[in-house]
Design a binder for this molecule. Structure first.
Ligand SMILES: [Zn+2]
Length: 243
């Protein structure tokens, strides 16, 4: 760990443990950047995920270790991805507001953020989630000089809106190519960087609390005292206790 203390990491874990992953991503970003939730929740999803990737890299290094099951033969597959490679083409661009015009139609859009993902988390299918997201992200719709209601937009326009939002927010939908080592089947999975980050924090926080438990039993130090030890000292005392 670089710039986060052991007790801070446990606080992150405690705050995020009962949250929906979208809320948890906001919690982790705010804890890391010390910015208010309103601000980190307003980041576009691409920018949010790039920042979560930066947190992961800073705490745990650049490699993500994932598992997947082959969709065809069920073989269990382990894979490794390096974070900078994923995001090397996604460092530029990313304007928060965009326009889309087609003939007389003019749309003023904004990129989806965590507030939008929370709003669609109650939708029961992908179509209604996409439509709800689209509606929230259309700031202004006009034909010529006249404002129109978004309800009159047709399906192909909604598809264009979805495509425009995706291309304007690099990193929001990162796909990973996987190939099964047993049957050579190819498929793609969506990278969920929050899941990788949370899995690591979860393991690390539980390990630290177990260390507190063991050392407190022997030395009767407080939790704060044990967590304030450097990792090297904590490890040494643990080795002595367990020898
Ligand atoms: Zn397979």
């Amino acid at each position: 760990m670089s710039s986060v203390s052991a007790s801070e990491l446990i606080s992150w874990w405690e705050a995020g443990a009962r949250q929906h992953p979208v809320e948890r991503a906001v919690t982790l970003l705010s804890a890391w950047s010390r910015e208010p939730r309103e601000k980190t929740a307003s980041l576009s999803i691409g920018r949010r995920d790039r920042q979560l990737g930066a947190i992961y890299q800073s705490l745990f290094g650049p490699v993500l270790n994932g598992f997947a099951e082959c969709l065809k033969c069920g073989e269990r597959l382990e894979y490794e991805i390096v974070i900078p490679e994923l995001h090397s083409d996604a460092t530029s661009g990313n304007q928060q507001e965009i326009t889309l015009s087609s003939g007389e139609l003019f749309l003023h859009l904004r990129l989806p953020n965590s507030f939008d993902l929370i709003a669609v988390s109650g939708c029961h299918d992908v179509d209604s989630a996409q439509r709800t997201l689209g509606r929230r992200c259309v700031i202004d719709a006009r034909v010529g000089e006249s404002a129109i209601a978004v309800d009159v937009l047709d399906d192909s326009t909604w598809e264009e809106i979805a495509a425009r939002l995706a291309e304007s927010d690099p990193g929001a939908e990162t796909l990973i190519d996987l190939t099964c080592s047993a049957c050579a089947h190819n498929w793609q999975v969506m990278l969920d960087i929050e899941r990788f980050l949370w899995a690591k924090i979860n393991v690390m926080a539980r390990r630290l609390l177990r260390e507190v438990h063991i050392l407190a039993q022997t030395y009767h130090w407080s939790e704060a005292e044990i967590l304030a030890l450097t990792p090297t000292r904590r490890q040494l005392y643990l080795e002595m206790v367990q020898a």
